[in-house]
Write a protein that binds this ligand. Structure first.
Ligand code: UGY
Ligand code: MN
Length: 271
């Protein structure tokens, strides 16, 4: 927050194909599902996104509960703090999990799991969940309408920790590593990845693709190319990239950049 004697400049950009949203400018909201939490809505349909992403702050004892609704899948990622995470199977509609696709994380059952920094869960529409903070905790929560595909069973709940997911060298650059938190499997209609760029390293191409991104900068700083402009970004910034937004990244500063991003994939394109 700026002092009264400082200028009110901002890096915020909200355009047709993208948005850069520094967290300082996003007011808090409350949600019935997270009654004790301070919630920042980072992305939603009003922005142009086909998903919802929240930044959620909980004090110790604060909790959230999402019963299964048969339509929406949820991805929860712990930024910092600690929490107890419990699956609530057998909610509303849905086929239930196949149990076969959960290989990178752990195929989860109804037990409570202790979550710490980097813990994550992908919960299918047919399963509910509850999260209770043990200490002050910050989370990202992404909600997306699950897209069933013919002959593909709904996935089983997936629980893991990014600390257990090795980074793979990205496109022959030893200074760029990609952690794939959700297995590459047709059961899943989304990816959630963490990119680490050493200072001076970049995405090797300017990408242009139909998939959307919801991106949260975990560490470091750099310059992001969005549509037709380079702009500075840093830790705690959120970026929405809509379909066909030209995009690239160059890490600057004194320490590596890490960012976590969502991507929709693995499904035919509706006509
Ligand atoms: O997977 C991706 O599309 C990723 N390389 N994009 C990005 O980091 N902006
Ligand atoms: Mn991309």
């Amino acid at each position: 927050m700026r002092q009264q004697n400082q200028l009110l400049t901002s890096r915020t950009q909200v355009k047709h194909r993208y948005a850069l949203i520094p967290s300082e400018g996003v007011p808090y909201s409350r949600l019935p599902e997270w009654p004790d939490a301070l919630v920042q809505v980072l992305a939603g349909p009003a922005l142009g996104a086909e998903f919802v992403e929240y930044h959620i702050e909980l004090e110790a004892g604060g909790e959230g509960l999402h019963p299964a609704d048969g339509e929406i899948e949820h991805f929860v990622f712990v930024l910092d703090g600690s929490a107890e995470f419990t699956l609530l199977p057998g909610g509303a509609a849905g086929s239930g999990g196949s149990g076969e696709a959960a290989t990178a994380g752990e195929a989860a059952d109804a037990a409570t799991t202790a979550f710490g920094p980097g813990s994550y869960a992908l919960v299918p529409p047919s399963v509910g969940y509850q999260l209770k903070a043990s200490t002050t905790t910050r989370l990202l929560l992404l909600r997306k309408r699950y897209e069933p595909a013919p002959g593909v069973a709904e996935f089983a709940p997936l629980i893991g920790c990014e600390l257990d997911v090795p980074g793979e060298m990205y496109m022959d650059d030893p200074g760029a590593a990609l952690q794939t938190l959700i297995p590459e499997d047709f059961a899943y209609d989304m990816a959630m990845n963490i990119f680490t760029f050493q200072v001076g390293h970049s995405l090797p191409v300017t990408e242009t693709h139909i998939m959307e991104h919801g991106l949260y900068v975990l560490d470091g700083k750099g310059v992001y190319y969005l549509d037709d402009s380079w702009m500075e970004v840093e830790k705690t910034d959120f970026i929405w990239m809509g379909p066909y937004c030209p995009q690239s990244y160059y890490a600057t500063g004194l320490s590596p950049t890490r960012y976590i991003y969502y991507k929709n994939l693995n499904r035919d394109i509706a006509l």
